[in-house]
Structure formats: structure tokens, C-alpha cells
Design a protein around this ligand. Structure first.
Ligand SMILES: [Fe+2]
Length: 160
């Protein structure tokens, strides 16, 4: 059982720039006050109707249809602790967008022992039904932004 799987993405920078631009537009009138912000159906629809969207082509190639889209913000005021995500989703894709260098997704067993860790510099499939958190290294910068996606047909096979 894997905690994560690193995905190849030859358009990572382009996708990062696009998500970052979208994030800036969303927060313009609405400063995030919590770690997790779930986008509305309309916001998801608006984003995915942008013509020639690289992330759409990438998901299409992976045979993934987006069910939910969220972003997470980590800064001096907003953090997260070890948690298990709400069911029923198990396999999400995290996409790093800003200041994710020297930050880590870390997973724990039931006793709180670390079982896995990965630096958040590439898109990953992430197992969200076991205890996990975000850890910040000494050289990390804020705000740290990642986008998170879940799908109608989960890419669970990548975590076996
Ligand atoms: Fe989580």
C-alpha cells in the first residue's frame, strides 16, 4: 500500500502558472482564512472551460474526470495538523503551485509513527484516508499554495 505516487507532467510549469493565476483571481475579493478552500461547482466549471487548458489535457490523458477542486493555503496564520480527509475519497491529486519547496506531505500509522514523506515539488496522487499532515522546512517561504483534485473514478490503482 503506497501513501503517494509521483506523476509525470511535462507541462507542470504551465499548469502551475495557470492555477496560480486562477488562485489570485479567486482570493482578490476573498482572503483565505483557513487551510482548505473548496471551489464551487461554478468556479470549477469556469476554470475547466478555459480553452486549451493544459491540466484538462493532462487529466484527459490520465482518464480522470474532476469531481472536486480545492486549494490549500499555509502561512503564518493558517496551518494544518495531522488528519484524515473526509470520506469517501481516498486518492486525490495534489498539484504544487507556490512555495512548496522544502515542504512535505508526511503520513503516519495509527500509533503516530512516520511511515512516508515526500517533498511537494511535483504533482502526486496522495492517499488521504490515513493520518497525514504538511511539514514545513527551515527554508520554506509563505504563503504555500497547493491545489487538490478528486475524481469520479479514483486513481486508486496508483496507490496499490
Ligand atoms: Fe488532507
Amino acid at each position: 500500500m503506497k501513501s503517494y505516487f509521483i506523476l509525470d507532467c511535462d507541462k507542470q510549469q504551465k499548469i502551475t502558472d495557470s492555477l496560480h493565476g486562477y488562485y489570485v483571481g479567486i482570493i482578490a475579493n476573498n482572503t483565505p482564512k483557513k487551510f482548505w478552500t473548496k471551489l464551487t461547482r461554478q468556479q470549477i466549471k469556469d476554470y475547466f472551460s478555459i480553452p486549451n487548458l493544459e491540466i484538462k489535457k493532462w487529466f484527459d490523458n490520465l482518464d480522470l474526470k474532476v469531481r472536486d477542486m480545492s486549494f490549500t493555503v499555509y502561512n503564518d496564520e493558517i496551518q494544518t495538523e495531522s488528519h484524515v480527509d473526509d470520506p469517501p475519497v481516498i486518492a486525490k491529486i495534489n498539484f504544487p503551485v507556490l512555495n512548496t519547496k522544502d515542504t512535505y506531505n508526511v503520513w503516519f500509522d495509527d500509533k503516530g509513527n512516520e511511515i512516508d514523506r515526500v517533498e511537494c515539488i511535483k504533482p502526486i496522487v496522495l492517499r488521504s484516508n490515513i493520518l497525514h499532515t504538511v511539514e514545513i522546512g527551515k527554508t520554506a517561504k509563505y504563503p504555500r499554495i497547493q491545489f487538490s483534485f478528486c475524481f469520479y473514478k479514483e486513481p486508486l490503482h496508483l496507490l496499490t
